[in-house]
Design a protein. Structure first.
Length: 423
């Protein structure tokens, strides 16, 4: 069996840096949502603000499956590298447009329309950005290190979110000019150009190049009967991960500010705690998955979440926010660490881009994109009670975990083959 050529020393660092900058572009909007609400639509009531803010946030996620399929198809037919080069430009341009967009007070209804268009473009590009970067790493480093490199790559995304939070903290300080929120978006667009330059040095996947030569002109269908199991598996991975990750990174801040009435700058500290812990744990659990198996790590995340759900939310209800965050980031990091290996394992090389880009992004979009809207609205409608949120999380995690347990069969022999060409 042929072995993979040794990957370039700079490959992991270049993709991690690019992932950090791209997620800074994307999540700066999420962390500025409280501030942008007053700029791009008129305030109505706390409930309407929660719903509208959640919809604006969700739009970027809901556009990911379409973009994931488009960029995934490009990755499967033209190469991972070309897809990643174009997706980074597609992120930088709408980010710059958001930073330069007129507000609702200046142009009325055109302001939220322009914002929606920019978020759709961002979401489409992220649909291919995140998945194709992970695929390129795994295909360069092989299955023996798949969890380690994927965990490090995903932890860099959290660093981008942390950088966005820092920008929010600076822009919302007393005495800052009214236009200060625009600066991070313009900076993010500039960093996107830097990412494009970094990726010009990235090598194409040798596994893709070899498979493309063998199957030149052959079009493997994503939704064929033999591939539907892979599609549903990737969808479930996205669904479970989406719910787990957005509770500590989004819901805690909402609950503290909208339900308890704690100042935003205090709630931001809880988000920072979650992001830092998540980044470190994602890298650790990625490494661990190479030792014990990716399936065990994912199943462990589902079981831990179901066991800890009630005591964790009782801590939240009693305002023990630090303990709540520390508990909730554990299953979130476990699942997030192994999404790329789970999505790619046993999947034919020439449909990996489309599979992860479409199926995984669909699961992530529906559940991560709508989770803030669903959880925030349930909390508002139930007068601050967390019971509805707990039921929602438990349902998604249980059904998704059971499906993955049934769908995923991890073969030790298959993992040992670094250059396995899957038909």
């Amino acid at each position: 069996m042929a072995s993979l050529p040794k990957p370039p020393k700079y490959l992991l660092g270049a993709l991690m840096c690019g992932n950090l900058l791209e997620y800074f572009d994307f999540f700066i909007f999420a962390h500025f949502s409280f501030l942008l609400a007053s700029k791009f639509y008129p305030p109505i009531s706390p409930l309407h603000d929660a719903v509208i803010g959640g919809l604006f946030f969700a739009i970027g996620f809901l556009a990911r499956p379409l973009g994931g399929y488009i960029f995934g198809r490009m990755a499967d037919f033209k190469g991972r590298r070309k897809s990643l080069m174009l997706s980074v430009l597609g992120m930088a341009i709408p980010t710059l447009c958001i930073g330069l967009s007129p507000t609702y007070a200046q142009v009325g209804i055109m302001a939220p329309i322009a914002l929606i268009i920019c978020r759709i473009i961002q979401g489409m590009c992220m649909g291919g950005e995140f998945t194709n970067g992970g695929i390129l790493l795994i295909e360069n480093y092989g299955w023996k290190k798949a969890g380690t490199v994927a965990g490090l790559y995903n932890s860099a995304a959290g660093m981008g979110s942390l950088l966005a939070i820092a920008c929010v903290a600076i822009a919302t300080r007393p005495g800052m000019p009214d236009w200060s929120w625009r600066v991070p978006f313009i900076l993010a667009a500039f960093l996107g150009i830097v990412t494009f330059y970094l990726r010009s040095f990235v090598r194409e996947s040798p596994l893709f190049e070899n498979e493309a030569k063998i199957r030149s002109g052959e079009n493997l269908k994503l939704l064929s009967s033999q591939h539907l199991r892979f599609v549903y598996r990737a969808f479930c991975v996205g669904a479970v991960t989406g719910v787990l990750i957005w509770i500590p990174l989004n819901y805690t801040s909402f609950y503290m500010t909208k339900v308890v009435g704690i100042p935003l700058h205090t709630a931001v500290k809880m988000t920072v705690l979650a992001v830092i812990g998540h980044n470190v744990l994602t890298a650790i659990f990625g490494w661990l998955s190479d030792k014990v198996g990716m399936k065990k790590v994912m199943m462990g995340a589902c079981v831990m979440q179901l066991i800890c759900l009630y005591p964790a939310f009782m801590l939240l209800h009693n305002h023990h926010f630090v303990l709540f965050q520390l508990i909730m980031i554990l299953p979130a990091a476990m699942s997030y660490a192994v999404v790329h290996p789970l999505n790619s394992f046993d999947v034919p090389v020439l449909i990996r881009g489309r599979l992860s880009g479409f199926a995984f992004s669909a699961g992530l979009s529906i559940f991560a994109g709508l989770t803030p809207l669903i959880t925030n609205t349930l909390t508002q409608l139930m007068g601050g009670s967390v019971v509805g949120v707990m039921i929602y999380i438990a349902t998604v995690v249980f059904l998704g975990g059971v499906s993955l347990l049934w769908l995923f069969k991890e073969s030790p022999a298959a993992q040992k083959s670094e250059f396995r060409l899957v038909a």
